[in-house]
Write a protein that binds this ligand. Structure first.
Ligand SMILES: [Zn+2]
Length: 105
């Protein structure tokens, strides 16, 4: 996957590209469904689970709060890759590492 990398410098210490934030563990990609909060985006990640009883897949999704550094500044509709990090706030323990696909025109 071609990822749009953050171009400009930023002074955000929690930026995974320019700051000190280390990422480890889970890496996911999902759709930004809200970017209202300051430097935070809500990323919806789709996944499937297999139901043996019905021999079919069940589609599910989870909403993950991720740090949205100024140099990436993901907006609603963007597909982003996120990486797990240390806990940044009560609900935030992921950071956006890049935009996989900007909002479809
Ligand atoms: Zn940055």
């Amino acid at each position: 996957m071609q990822e749009k990398q953050a171009q400009t410098q930023c002074n955000d210490p929690r930026c995974p590209v320019h700051g000190q934030l280390k990422t480890r563990g889970t890496r996911l990609s999902g759709l930004v469904v809200s970017s209202k909060a300051k430097k935070t985006a809500i990323v919806e990640v789709d996944y499937t689970i297999y139901l043996y009883k019905y021999e079919r897949y069940l589609r599910k999704h989870s909403r993950i709060a991720a740090h949205n550094p100024e140099c990436i500044n993901a907006k609603i509709g963007d597909t982003v890759s996120i990486a797990e990090s240390r806990r940044l706030s009560k609900t935030k323990s992921f950071a956006i590492t890049g935009i996989v696909k900007p909002k479809a025109a």
